[in-house]
Design a protein around this ligand. Structure first.
Ligand code: GTP
Length: 203
């Protein structure tokens, strides 16, 4: 079975957990505990292939510039970078995060880094601070997928987006001929505990 590892990154309160939980459970839960890093697991099948999906959802740190980027960037195969369309600061932070991912992957990764830029809280468009066009341009500059979504209101768009990202990850792993994907889940669990040393969740 293939292991696919994704990391969610973005400003505090951008809706990272909401977007992820929507994808994993189809539900929107208003409030999420955000004082600890979480690792979610889900088995899924895409294009007839069984996948073991692991998603790292870090708790935000105070101070936008102090992103907890280093570990997730080394660990993950793909990234979901979330900002809020009604919060320009979160958009600028997303821009920063994209630059940091590119920078740290430049030497180690052949081919593109699979990333999906998500403009969340589309339902708050009455207080929009970031136009859809700006989001799209940023994604094009960084060669990433892009979608505005509302974790509060929609499931399908979020699900389609994750599916596209996972397909992109699978293509890149195939290109890299990465044999690590077939490692047993026990050693993977150990590695993750070593890297993050935090609690794990199954959905
Ligand atoms: N209106 C609206 N609110 C949302 C949406 N998504 C998330 N929220 C709300 O935004 C707040 C933050 O959501 P979280 O999912 O906890 O955000 P986060 O990025 O994981 O936050 P941290 O874990 O603190 O970094 C919560 O009150 C959510 O209910 C959305 O699509 N629309």
């Amino acid at each position: 079975m293939n292991d696919i590892k994704l990391a969610l990154l973005g400003s505090e309160g951008a809706g990272k957990s909401a977007v992820l939980v929507r994808f994993l459970t189809k539900r929107f839960i208003g409030e999420y505990a955000s004082n600890a890093n979480s690792l979610y697991h889900k088995r899924l099948s895409i294009d007839g292939r069984q996948l073991n999906l692991e998603v790292f959802d870090p708790c935000s740190q105070s101070g936008e510039s102090r992103c907890i980027l280093e570990e997730p960037v080394d660990w993950a195969d793909g990234f979901v970078v979330v900002y809020t369309i009604s919060d320009r600061t979160s958009f600028l932070n997303a821009k920063n995060i994209l630059a940091q991912i590119k920078e740290s992957r430049r030497e180690t990764c052949k081919g593109e880094v699979p990333i999906c830029l998500v403009g969340n809280k589309q339902d708050l468009c009455h207080s929009r601070q970031v136009s859809e066009e700006e989001g799209r341009s940023l994604a094009q500059e960084n060669k990433c997928l892009f979608q505005e979504v509302s974790a509060a209101e929609n499931y399908l768009e979020i699900s389609n987006l994750f599916t596209k990202l996972i397909r992109h990850v699978m293509e890149q792993l195939k290109l890299r001929g990465d044999r690590r994907r077939y490692s047993g889940s026990k050693s993977m669990a150990k590695l993750i505990n070593n890297v993050f040393g935090k609690r794990r969740k199954s959905v």
